[in-house]
Design a protein around this ligand. Structure first.
Ligand code: CLR
Length: 382
């Protein structure tokens, strides 16, 4: 039944919220949602999903050939999807509305070195508030692997579902033994948020995304949800294809399955991805040691309010943060200054994106980029 998962006292606000989504296109972040759908976690924490299987990230460097590495990048990428897109359903019962980060909000974390895989570090900064844009940098220096990217969303409403187009891209760089580098351009899938009427939203991925390597290997990933009569939810098929013009010495391979459970190599039947086992959440320093710009400290009282169903406190504290932000912007306007980013510099075009884009011609010719200043904190290897 419509509204089944909505607490009785919030049913009418939920209906109103759904209607307001239908009328607002572009940016949902500032819409006021009923309390039951609020998450105590800020969007600046989300880039951590990229590395919750740090071993898979680290072993990309162990690939012996361009094909081998491209396959490992694909395997790592597919293995992150469960965390990225279904973990809120698992921990909070449904997809929720994350806290809308403030400009300059920071999130730091790491995954400790274990069994020689090396330390992996994470630096996230909210680089724009309106529209919300989050930039991140993840690195495993001892393995020579770096992932960097930024994320924004364009939302629309269709057939009762929210459609989210992810704006932005990620690039992954692997340093090879001979001093050369191999680069990957990663584009992001489109999301469809279903189950809204029932008050229990969840994400399905649609259309396709790509992983384009400087070596010429290309992964094309097609996403599909449950069909009307058959098919399983969270399905994908990925084709890994050799460089154009490389002749018959290489052959393409295909992988198929569900990104939230397992998948296999279509030709050999061997297991490709298996995310049924535990993942490793990012390690974050205690709130008391954090600066006032760090996400968990900044949102501490709001998050506590949401967790304890004390929505009055949550709303009051959220209002306080938002007013403070508005005042800051006014002060900057009067002083004729602008907010300075701490860890990233914004550039209008991304030479790496352009170079990889030209190889395959699957993406628009240019996109902007947030370049990491290489000034992250020193992470204690716990
Ligand atoms: C952010 C980047 C991550 C992957 C990811 C997962 C879930 C997405 C989130 C991104 C962006 C914000 C998002 C969220 C799901 C719901 C939420 C689209 C793309 C919107 C703003 C909230 C809608 C409110 C309903 C749940 C009621 O790598």
């Amino acid at each position: 039944q419509p509204g089944d998962a909505v607490p009785a006292s919030q049913k009418s606000t939920w209906t109103q919220f759904i209607k307001s989504i239908a009328n607002v296109s572009g940016d949902l972040s500032s819409l006021t949602a009923p309390p039951f759908i609020l998450s105590p976690v800020s969007l600046t924490e989300f880039p951590a999903y990229w590395c919750e299987r740090p071993d898979l990230f680290a072993t990309i460097a162990e690939g012996k050939t361009p094909e081998d590495r491209a396959r490992r990048v694909l395997k790592w990428f597919i293995s992150t999807l469960k965390g990225q897109y279904t973990s809120r359903n698992e921990t909070m019962g449904s997809e929720k509305k994350p806290l809308n980060p403030v400009l300059g909000e920071l999130f730091y974390g790491h995954w400790p070195d274990r069994d020689g895989r090396g330390l992996t570090t994470l630096v996230v900064e909210q680089v724009s508030h309106h529209p919300p844009i989050t930039a991140y940098h993840i690195a495993n220096p001892s393995r020579g692997i770096t992932l960097q990217g930024h994320n924004a969303q364009k939302t629309s409403f269709s057939g009762g579902n929210i459609i989210v187009k992810q704006v932005g891209h990620a690039t992954l760089t692997v340093s090879l033994r001979d001093g050369k580098k191999e680069d990957y351009l990663i584009t992001l899938p489109r999301l469809r948020i279903e189950g809204l009427w029932y008050g229990s939203p969840y994400i399905e991925l649609t259309e396709s995304s790509y992983i384009q390597s400087s070596s010429g290997w290309l992964s094309t990933i097609k996403y599909q949800g449950k069909g009307y009569f058959s098919g399983k939810s969270h399905s994908f098929k990925a084709d890994l294809t050799p460089p154009i013009g490389s002749g018959s010495s290489y052959r393409a391979s295909s992988f198929e399955g569900q990104w939230n459970t397992t998948s296999k190599n279509l030709r050999t039947g061997a297991v490709f991805t298996d995310v049924t086992g535990p993942k490793e959440e990012v390690t974050v320093g205690p709130v008391d040691d954090q600066t006032e710009w760090e996400s968990r400290r900044l949102w501490h009282k709001v998050a506590k309010g949401i967790r304890e169903s004390d929505f009055e406190t949550a709303a009051r504290e959220k209002g306080r943060i938002e007013n403070e932000q508005r005042q800051r912007r006014r002060d900057e306007a009067t002083a004729g200054t602008t907010w300075e980013l701490k860890h990233f510099t914004h550039e209008d075009d991304d030479p790496l994106y352009e170079r990889l884009g030209r190889l395959f011609k699957l993406v628009p010719p240019t996109e902007d980029v947030y370049v990491f200043k290489n000034n992250g904190p020193t992470f204690e290897d716990a």
